[in-house]
Design a protein around this ligand. Structure first.
Ligand SMILES: Cc1cc2nc3c(=O)[nH]c(=O)nc-3n(C[C@H](O)[C@H](O)[C@H](O)COP(=O)(O)OP(=O)(O)OC[C@H]3O[C@@H](n4cnc5c(N)ncnc54)[C@H](O)[C@@H]3O)c2cc1C
Length: 419
């Protein structure tokens, strides 16, 4: 890439020509990597900024059916599938101890004609596989350099990278995470909030098989969820854990050694998976949420956690981020200039309802667990009982959770012809 102010010969050099791209993606997390691959697949020239730095902290992502279809179309699925376990059943257990406790509810993917709702994979394995593919993909420049600043110049956006090089792009996809600098530069307002919760993430081996079933225990401190992972190379059954708890408990749990943590988790899980052992490093994430006033401004579009953050309930976060990417692609793909106003206005309109509904749904469910008020418990209990008893309602909720093959499903996330 051309360098700014090249004064090697001692004289004032003329301003260098900035390299031009159709699309610039900021952030090489999962959302940014997929965005780069999606636009390169359509023949756009792409600059991908940032370095993939996968962290092994026990965090996994459950990728739902539409996300898997998208990854298949990108050719990314075989290397991800090797590290992923199918999710055939999702079980919710009311463990709040409330007087009006709901019965356990199981959602079985076979009920809606699917072998699995999706697949669970370690976030680090997902990012590694996507970054390897992006590095090999024709049409993507991936120098591993961060964005330093950007300026929307109307006809295109000027980007200055941390190494001093410059580039121009018609469309900028901001996938630079919760504290997105690009979002601030685009002048997009946010609302953010926090919950009195911390999520502990870790991976465990256990004696009993998980039977491709995830179990979400609803407790007074939030969800405690065990999600299947593939067996270890030695054949041990494995699952990942997201345990939402009060900051006080988090302090105590943080101090536990591996054996004591495994025993505490086994107790919390009512020995569902038998004796457990910690298998790898742990992570701790303070819980909060973020929403944006707009999903695009000028030539800049927000995707992934740059656009929305909420607690990890119902496996919605990254799946929603990938739906941002696939929707953005559908809005701009037929235009000569991918950053033109009409396409980005359509993107903004298209994301409001989907993201808004899911942010409010997860927020409501999370707060209902924390509230401890009997009428709230009653409403949640009735809702779960109805889901348990009424098949058509349960199937409708499963389809809404997956958001696959609805009229609004982006084309790359439809099931029918996914490779
Ligand atoms: C405990 C937990 C469990 C979860 N489970 C699930 C689940 O089961 N299913 C699900 O769908 N979602 C889940 N999520 C949500 C999911 O993990 C996130 O939505 C997802 O990881 C966000 O990806 P992202 O690419 O948007 O952001 P990030 O992963 O934050 O990536 C942003 C990237 O931008 C880079 N960046 C920042 N600034 C710059 C710059 N100036 N220049 C270049 N690069 C920059 C960063 O270095 C980073 O690499 C979970 C979240 C948590 C906390």
């Amino acid at each position: 890439m051309p360098q700014l102010n090249d004064t090697a010969n001692g004289s004032m050099a003329p301003a260098p020509q900035a390299a031009r791209y159709d699309v610039a993606v900021i952030g090489a997390g999962a959302a940014g990597l997929v965005a780069a691959l999606v636009f390169a697949r359509d023949g756009y020239s792409v600059l991908l900024m940032g370095a993939a730095r996968p962290v092994r902290d026990g965090r996994t992502v459950a990728l739902l059916d539409g996300s898997v279809s998208l990854l298949k179309r990108l050719g990314a699925w075989p290397s991800i599938e090797a590290h992923a376990a199918p999710l055939a059943t999702m079980r919710i257990v009311d463990d709040t101890g409330s007087l009006v406790r709901a019965p356990p509810v199981s959602f079985d993917s076979a009920e809606i004609g699917l072998a699995a709702f999706g697949f669970n994979v370690e976030n680090a394995d997902l990012v590694t596989a996507l970054a390897d593919l992006a590095a090999r993909q024709e049409g993507i420049a991936f120098p591993g350099t961060e964005l330093q600043s950007l300026a929307d110049e109307g006809e295109a956006v000027r980007l200055v990278l941390a190494d001093g090089s410059q580039a121009m792009a018609c469309l900028v996809v901001a996938a630079d995470g919760r504290r997105s600098q690009a979002r601030d530069r685009a002048g997009i307002e946010t609302r953010d909030w926090s919950y009195p919760q911390v999520a502990l993430t870790a991976i465990f081996s256990h004696r009993l098989p998980h039977q491709d079933t995830s179990t979400e225990f609803h407790t007074r401190e939030g969800a405690f969820t065990l999600v299947p992972l593939p067996a270890s190379t030695g054949g041990a059954h494995r699952s990942s854990l997201v345990w939402m708890m009060s900051p006080d408990r988090a302090e105590r749990v943080r101090a536990l050694d591996d054996a004591a943590l495994a025993a505490a988790v086994e107790r919390r899980a009512h020995s569902l998976l038998g004796p457990m052992a910690v298998d790898g490093p742990r992570g701790v994430v303070p819980m909060g949420g973020l929403s944006v006033k707009r999903y695009a401004s000028g030539r800049i579009a927000l995707v992934g956690e740059a656009a929305h953050v909420f607690p990890p309930i119902g496996a919605q976060g990254l799946n929603l981020g990938l739906r941002d990417v696939a929707t953005l692609r559908d809005c701009v793909v037929d235009t000569a200039d991918p950053g033109e106003a009409a396409g980005l206005a359509a993107y903004d309109r298209g994301r409001r309802l989907d993201v808004g509904l899911r942010t409010r749904g997860v927020d409501l469910l999370n707060r209902s667990l924390l509230s401890g008020l009997l009428p709230v418990d009653l409403a949640r209990g009735i809702g779960l009982s109805l889901l348990d008893r009424i098949g058509p309602l349960r199937r409708a909720v499963m389809r809404t959770g997956l958001a696959a093959d609805e009229p609004t499903t982006p084309s790359l996330m439809r099931r029918a012809d996914a490779a």
